[in-house]
Write a protein that binds this ligand. Structure first.
Ligand SMILES: Cc1ncc(COP(=O)(O)O)c(C=O)c1O
Length: 357
């Protein structure tokens, strides 16, 4: 798999599962006829509209929404795929590139758990290469682990649960040497300042896929909208495999409306970043805290003397955090999402009263 690589060596056709390459996708009624008409009797819908046109199927290509995203992200719509959360593109990419019982994905624990779950669902093997102890990318180990079965590498940056962002040069060196697909999950990218997104690098790296989501900074977790940015060819494959109407009408309309005014999101991110700094300083002063890891996301990874005990104590105080102690390199660590000022104060107050032994 490794060689002196230039992007021209990259062959998408060789990477894609043959059955997916050959697949003739389902043609929905809205695929067969896309224009304006007076009478639609082609999709077996109920003709009576009681609420907001919900009797009709949604646009399978989400054209209006992609146009808005294309303006906001400064990239043509043919490079954008929309999924039911970013978990959907994760699942689709594994389905497109990995043959069950034969191929593998490479992940970098500790990291987001859905890469592994999706791989297991599809009977795709896992190659796990632990991050360096300082949470940086173990480049030499990654290149050693890659073999002919490795089809996808998932890099989460900023990483969940560690909170750090990986050096762009390191990620691009993987894109340059690996002839499979590099998926960079930027779910938390809006919490980095300045913007370090790799979307601008897609032109140089035909094997790069960047995932983003509206569930975090944009505050739309309940609407379920994830985005994949990639070459037009990879996006076409994802469109071929997705369920025809994967983004419902309500989500398409509500997200479009929220995207008209990005100032709310910008202001909320600013507040969250200020709260993150305040919370990190306050937590670091607590005697029960051993370490607060630097974060470029909307959460802090915090090492406690006894994370399990602190987790249970917070639970009793109706405060729920995520216990990540079982993850590699995260011994005694809790992952704490940045809440409102009031919520963060409630957390600090509870921790301040933690019984000392
Ligand atoms: C790194 C990462 N990627 C993806 C997701 C899933 O996001 P979505 O809500 O878009 O499915 C999460 C959610 O926690 C995440 O932490």
């Amino acid at each position: 798999m490794l060689s002196t690589y230039t992007p021209t060596d990259f062959s998408l056709e060789k990477l894609v599962r043959p059955n997916i390459l050959a697949l003739k996708p389902y043609a929905s009624a809205r695929d067969e006829f896309e224009g304006e008409a007076e009478v639609f009797l082609d999709a077996n819908e109920n003709p009576f509209d009681t609420t907001e046109g919900f009797n009709r199927y949604p646009d399978p290509h989400q054209k209006k929404l992609k146009k808005r995203l294309s303006e906001l992200k400064n990239i043509a719509a043919k490079h954008i795929f929309l999924g039911n959360g970013s978990d959907e593109p994760i699942d689709l990419l594994i389905r497109i590139f990995c043959t069950p019982h034969q191929d593998a994905i490479l992940t970098l624990p500790p990291t987001y758990g859905m890469y592994e779950v999706s791989a297991q669902i599809h009977a795709v093997a896992m190659q796990e290469v632990k991050l360096n102890p300082d949470f940086t990318l173990p480049l030499a180990d990654i290149f050693r682990a890659i073999d002919a079965s490795t089809k996808l590498i998932f890099i989460c940056s900023p990483n969940n649960p560690t909170g750090n962002r990986f050096a762009v040069a390191d990620i691009l060196s993987i894109c340059a040497r690996f002839q499979g697909i590099v998926v960079v999950d930027e779910a938390y990218i809006d919490f980095c300042e300045p913007n370090h997104s790799l979307v601008a690098q897609l032109k140089q790296y035909p094997n790069l896929v960047v995932l983003q989501t509206l569930s975090k900074a944009w505050g739309m977790a309940g609407l379920r909208l994830g985005i994949a940015f990639a070459s037009a060819e990879i996006i076409a494959l994802m469109n071929k495999v997705k369920p025809p109407y994967n983004i419902n009408s309500f989500t398409q309309q509500a997200v479009w409306e929220i995207l008209q005014n990005p100032t709310t999101k910008t202001a909320q991110v600013k507040t969250i970043l200020a709260q993150r700094a305040t919370l990190a300083t306050a937590l670091a002063k607590l005697p029960i805290v051993l370490q607060v890891f630097p974060s470029e996301a909307n959460f802090l990874l915090v090492r406690f003397r006894d994370a399990e005990a602190v987790y249970n104590y917070l639970l009793q105080h109706q405060i729920i955090v995520r216990n990540r102690s079982k993850q590699p390199l995260c011994d005694n660590c809790l992952r704490i999402t940045i809440g409102t000022d009031q919520e963060n104060q409630a957390l600090l107050q509870a921790l301040g009263q933690y019984p000392q032994t």
